[in-house]
Design a protein around this ligand. Structure first.
Ligand code: AMP
Ligand code: ZN
Length: 473
């Protein structure tokens, strides 16, 4: 298996620190709003990387944080007149719902920055002791020029950065020794959440959070650190400086970065009005379509989101689902003709081997720096093969074998292709009647239970003047 490493700018053979085990850290979102479809890209891509490594037999310790203390969270809290904690808790819960819809598995650990402050203070103290950091009036800065390898990830020329840096100085930061020095700890402003520290009542800088959470849950040295390409500089460059200066070890062996998602070939932004949350998309599509769309391109290629692309993703996913449905239907039909355990014919055995060989093609694509586009192409070849080599005259075992192979490959990509059991129209109407009766009898618990049950099956209820109407989402 090979990964493109941003640090070496090459595809490299993947070798883990511990045999059979992967330590992986993915920078998570700042939780001040519903996540947008750009944030969904690293979630889907690196969840797929995790699933693929597990398919290859690795045990993956997957850590992804929520940044729950930040200027944007504080601004939102002030706007609503609630605490920062209320904002971050609300949007963590919403983010988890979106993740579930996209079939992004929960991380092994989802650390919260606000729960790890003592570890951050400890690392900052260590950096000060070793001469890598200094305190000026309660603000602690990292002394960038002390760290010899600074710039190794982003391949930036430090002198250029330094000469441009003066112009970038924020008021109040002219106390820094060097324009490239960055904040490890900053004093509170009026009305901001704060923690006690040896330097001031304040809060940590963003970069130190990830260095500390990665160390605590994965150790000083990890295999993979990942995130969107905007994080290469300064976030990841600064994480390397902090962690390697404090721990004296190589921080991360493979740096993986996804390219950006654009909308109609333009950068997604609120001011341009081309901004979509995952929740917006879920109103129109099953989020599996969004997942399919994201995986239809290589993760290091920019991806353009458009209505047409989503439509075509929906059609493609439906083609796989139809093939699976058809195989199930044929299997049931075949079981009427012969016992379910009828042995496969020799010809069927040969065909099934041929079907299973598409897995090698799939694996080859994924082994090559997670080429999900080619992996999906391999699935379509298998689907085409299945459609032209299946009939009710086949044995149930053969039909099931082919179907299982399609489902297995899709499952490695986190794509759910087996249709959920759907409720029939008259079953829905009966439940609605029962709900009305429960409401009349003031049995609201039962009424809510029925609404939730229907919602789970994708049935929306609309209270209208003519009574309750329903539609399939
Ligand atoms: P943030 O909440 O801004 O820290 O972003 C969380 C993650 O989403 C980071 O890994 C970002 O690099 C990534 N990200 C943000 N916007 C986009 C985008 N338009 N396309 C791809 N990834 C993005
Ligand atoms: Zn990070």
């Amino acid at each position: 298996m090979r990964f493109y490493n941003t640090e070496t700018k090459q595809k490299e053979e993947f070798k883990t620190i511990e045999p059979g085990k992967v330590r992986m850290y993915v920078c998570g979102p700042t939780v001040y709003n519903l996540i947008h479809i750009g944030n969904a890209r690293p979630m889907i891509v690196f969840d797929t990387a995790r699933r693929y490594m597990e398919h290859k037999g690795y045990e993956v310790n997957y850590v992804s944080n929520f940044t729950d203390v930040d200027d944007k969270i504080i601004a939102k809290a002030n706007e609503e007149g609630v605490s920062s904690q209320e904002i971050s808790e609300r949007y963590i819960a919403e983010c988890k719902k979106d993740m579930e819809g996209m079939n992004v598995r929960p991380a092994t650990t989802h650390p919260l920055a606000t729960q790890e402050i003592p570890g951050m203070i400890e690392m900052i103290e260590e950096l000060i002791d070793k001469g890598y950091a200094y305190n000026v009036n309660g603000t602690v800065y990292f002394r960038t020029r002390r760290f010899k390898d600074y710039g190794k990830l982003s391949h930036k020329n430090l002198d250029d950065l330094r000469s441009g840096g003066r112009a970038l100085l924020v008021t109040g930061e002219d106390e820094k020794e060097d324009p490239l020095d960055f904040v490890l700890w900053k004093p509170k402003k009026e009305g901001e959440p704060f923690w006690e520290s040896p330097w001031s009542e304040g809060r940590p800088g963003w970069h130190i959070e990830c260095s500390v959470m990665s160390k605590k849950y994965l150790g000083d040295e990890i295999d993979i650190h990942a995130g969107g390409e905007d994080l290469v500089f300064p976030h990841h460059e600064n994480e390397i400086a902090q962690s390697e200066a404090a721990n004296g070890k190589i921080f991360t062996h493979y740096w993986l970065h996804n390219a950006f998602l654009n909308i109609d070939n333009r950068k997604m932004s609120k001011s341009l009005g081309n901004f979509f949350t995952v929740r917006d998309i879920s109103e129109k599509y099953d989020l599996q379509v969004l997942r399919f769309f994201m995986l239809s391109a290589h993760y290091r290629s920019p991806l353009n989101f458009s209505a047409d692309q989503m439509e075509s993703a929906a059609v493609s996913l439906e083609r796989i689902r139809n093939a699976v449905e058809n195989l199930k239907y044929l299997e049931t039909a075949s079981e009427k003709n012969m016992p379910a355990d009828t042995a496969m014919t020799q010809e069927e055995q040969a065909l099934l081997s041929e079907a299973m060989a598409f897995e090698t093609k799939f694996d080859d694509a994924m082994d090559d720096d997670l080429n999900t586009a080619d992996a999906i192409a391999a699935i379509f070849e298998l689907v085409k093969f299945a459609n032209s080599h299946s009939a009710a005259e086949n044995t149930p075992a053969y039909l099931k074998g082919v179907k299982d192979e399609i489902v297995k490959l899709c499952d490695i990509l986190g794509l759910i292709v087996e249709k959920k059991e759907e409720l029939l129209d008259d079953e829905i109407e009966k439940l609605i009647e029962e709900r009305q009766a429960a409401r009349k009898a003031k049995n609201f618990a039962r009424a809510d239970e029925i609404r939730n049950l229907l919602a789970e099956k994708g049935i929306q209820l609309l209270d209208t003047r003519e009574g309750v109407k329903w539609k399939r989402a």
